[in-house]
Design a protein around this ligand. Structure first.
Ligand SMILES: [Zn+2]
Length: 326
């Protein structure tokens, strides 16, 4: 997409066309139509079990949490790609597959997130290849039965390879197994807020649950435009966003508000395939890293554009330390 088409999509009339309209050399906003695109993705399906709860309590909570998430998605007609860990499917017994079936219809699509949520930094490329293959055990037959193909793979922790030869080898394996690598451009650290939320829940403290929920929404409200501006600065136009969320207790409650933030900030929901059809995603950034930075930071590094990641706001310390203080 060119910069000009990006401007048109954002409801901004390019300067050259202003002569037909008037004499004011300013951009004119023509409507309040959605101007940005976002693909919502969920990781760690079917459910992020809490280590503060028993296995049976986790099994009991997985189904209603998924039901709430799916209801919020249906309410706003949000297409989603859902990244599954095979070990989390097995941990739920027959319920695991039952939940996944609900994510394998309409505009909801299953994808591979490795069998055991392993860190590629700790494995050889051959070991990691087995993880991807084993990750297909449940989702492969489900996708096949629905006449679908598994299109996307996402690295756990977004760890794409900590050296350039390894990054290349892993990228090649993902491609050879028939996948596209899923991008991630917005991270609101929902796993961290969820940890605190789980601790408050286990302690039977609904007041703190509410405080943590509010802190999460406040943080997401800041982070969403922060990443949009970062990507636009680096790439020179408004790149479709890919939002990372997790299937957990917090999002079962928070998702309607998270989706509302996108609507308020003039986003339109698209599929991951639609988002990644943008030229920005034609290939993944050739940046090896031990960490899992968002693609905006990788694009910046690849293009030698200085960005100070320390300027990005962090989640509040009281949330980060919440579980330690109980
Ligand atoms: Zn994950």
């Amino acid at each position: 997409m060119t910069k000009k088409t990006a401007m048109v999509r954002r409801g901004v009339i390019p300067f050259a066309r202003l002569s037909l309209i008037g004499f004011f050399p300013i951009a004119v906003h023509v409507s309040a139509q959605p101007v940005h695109l976002v693909a919502v993705t969920f990781d760690d399906l079917p459910y992020v079990m809490s280590d503060k709860a028993s296995r049976s309590d986790n099994q009991k909570d997985a189904q209603p949490a998924n039901r709430a998430i799916l209801a919020a998605l249906r309410h706003d007609a949000v297409p989603v790609t859902a990244f599954v860990n095979e070990d989390k499917v097995r941990a739920l017994g027959s319920l695991g597959t039952k939940i996944l079936t609900q994510w394998n219809q309409g505009t909801l699509t299953l994808a591979n997130h490795a069998a055991h949520h392993v860190d590629s930094n700790m494995l050889t490329p051959a070991q990691f290849e087995n993880e991807i293959k084993e990750g297909e055990r449940s989702i492969g037959p489900l996708a096949h039965k629905a006449g679908r193909k598994l299109e996307f793979f996402r690295f756990p922790f977004n760890h794409v390879g900590d050296t350039e030869p390894k990054r290349k080898a892993l990228s090649e394996i993902v491609r050879r197994l028939g996948y596209r690598q899923a991008a991630t451009t917005i991270d609101v650290e929902d796993y961290l807020f969820n940890d605190a939320y789980e601790c408050a829940h286990a302690a039977g403290n609904p007041v703190d649950e509410q405080r943590i929920l509010q802190a999460y929404i406040d943080y997401a409200r800041i982070e969403i435009p922060c990443y949009q501006k970062l990507d636009e600065k680096i790439m020179g136009y408004d790149v479709p966003a890919v939002m990372l969320l997790h299937s957990n207790r917090l999002n079962a409650v928070a998702l309607p508000q998270i989706l509302a933030l996108f609507r308020e900030q003039h986003y339109r929901f698209v599929t991951l395939t639609q988002a990644q059809s943008d030229p920005a995603f034609k290939r993944e950034p050739a940046i090896a890293t031990r960490f899992g930075p968002m693609w905006g930071y990788r694009w910046a590094k690849e293009r030698h554009i200085p960005v100070d990641g320390r300027l990005e706001q962090e989640p509040p310390d009281w949330v980060r330390n919440y579980c330690h203080k109980l």
